[in-house]
Ligand binder design. Structure first.
Ligand code: HGY
Ligand code: MN
Ligand code: MN
Ligand code: MN
Length: 410
């Protein structure tokens, strides 16, 4: 006799707290950069939980781990998941919630002795964040066949080591099957919103309609180091000054273009980075995003024109390298509608919205119907050690995930 499977919110929060111990920062928060020892410790923990829950675990060539729960029939599984790597100043929920909620769905089905018709899969994808190795969503790109495995393995990170050597070092260079068209029946990702919308407007669930376009560029500016005291301003080729102008221009451009346009200079290193030397080189990044592809292209065009013009006027050379470029993605309308309807059936307030952040779901959307469920981020904060989501909201999101999975796997 099976009873109605229910999410155990306590168990979900316990697992999230347990996972957050791997890479825990002294003052709170988590640093589990992709393929570090902390990431390995987190991976080992999740794989242990997968096995304890009776899942058959495979690890593929880029280190994605997929736990399969057999269904009454074989065939492409209904997949839930996300990532467990974090940024340097991460929180316990970004990515981790989608994977832990996937385990919670399996635990609830096990407790209720429910066997779905289709198999289920719980996955964590390698290097979603892209902080250490670009591009972001690297694991799901390889899984979906959108990035050749060899190219991903050869990627050199910000610390000069390759994906290949780090995967081997942490023991996650697997030979499991990759995904691709026809290999997944549907993909659902539960994620914290990482923005202020749900909390400010008082909603518990976000039915995510899609993900905005993302453009990451690395700029290397080369000027001339010189004495900060003796060099007249008219003779300088100051790479640091050009970098500062670019950062201010990017900010003003986002405000001028309006809408969902955002712009961020997140990484900026001056050389030789000394108080009394005019910087001769700067390596910096610019992150531009917009829900509208045409506006994103306009933002890129205007920014790059400004970079060339300002650098030329200062006698500074520019080298530009694209680190990642994703067009806006729309999720499966039928699935978005089901997220909304299920939330209402559970008497949860729900709002449709786009995702400001990139997610593995936008990559899986190219090979199967995909959607996302958001829950509120307190104060809209994420990629920050203060990241927090109320336990009741975590459980509510997992409940919507459970019901959608049951529908898709029926
Ligand atoms: O940058 C992003 O949107 C994602 O968190 N990697
Ligand atoms: Mn994430
Ligand atoms: Mn993130
Ligand atoms: Mn993300």
């Amino acid at each position: 006799m099976t009873n109605d499977p229910r999410i155990d919110g306590e168990r979900l929060s316990r697992r999230l707290a347990e996972l957050a111990r791997h890479g825990a920062l002294p003052g709170g928060g988590v640093c589990r950069l992709a393929l570090t020892d902390e990431d390995k410790a987190g991976r080992d923990q999740v794989v242990r939980w997968m096995r304890e829950l009776g899942l058959t675990v495979t690890v593929d060539g880029i280190g994605n781990a997929v736990g399969i729960r057999k269904g009454q029939e074989d065939g492409p599984p209904v997949m839930v998941g996300s990532h467990i790597d974090t940024v340097r100043t991460g929180g316990p929920y970004d990515g981790n919630l989608g994977v832990m909620a996937g385990l919670e769905v399996v635990a609830a089905l096990n407790d209720a002795k429910v066997v779905t018709r289709r198999p289920l899969a719980v996955a964590f994808f390698t290097n979603e964040e892209g902080s250490r190795f670009q591009p972001d969503m690297m694991g799901s790109l390889v899984y979906a066949g959108a990035l050749p495995l060899e190219r991903a393995l050869a990627t050199v990170g910000i610390d000069g080591t390759t994906v290949r050597e780090n995967l081997a070092r942490i023991g996650y260079a697997g030979d499991g099957p990759l995904g691709g068209p026809g290999k997944v029946h549907a993909y659902v990702e539960l994620h914290v919103e990482q923005g202020p919308v749900l909390e400010e407007e008082g909603f518990t669930i976000g039915a995510v309609e899609g993900v905005q376009g993302i453009s990451w560029t690395e700029l290397t500016l080369t000027g001339q180091s010189n004495h900060a005291g003796t060099t007249p301003m008219r003779l300088r080729h100051d790479a640091g000054y050009v970098a500062a102008e670019i950062a201010v221009f990017a900010r003003r451009l986002a405000r001028e273009l309006g809408g969902h346009q955002v712009a961020t200079v997140g990484a900026l290193t001056l050389f030789p980075n000394l108080v009394n030397v005019v910087a001769n080189r700067v390596v910096m990044t610019v992150d531009l995003r917009n829900t509208d592809e045409a506006r994103l292209q306009e933002a890129e065009r205007r920014l790059f024109a400004f970079v060339e013009e300002t650098a030329a006027a200062e006698g500074v050379k520019v080298a530009r390298r694209s680190l990642a470029r994703f067009k806006p993605v729309a999720f499966a309308p039928a699935l978005v509608a089901r997220v909304e309807a299920i939330a209402k059936e559970l008497r949860l307030s729900v709002k449709r919205l786009p995702s400001g952040a990139g997610h593995d779901a936008q990559i899986l959307a190219a090979v199967c119907p995909a959607c996302m469920i958001f829950v509120p981020s307190v104060k809209g904060v994420s990629h920050n050690v203060e990241e927090f989501t109320k336990p009741a909201d975590l459980a509510a999101g997992a409940e919507v995930l459970l019901r959608l999975v049951l529908e898709l796997a029926r």
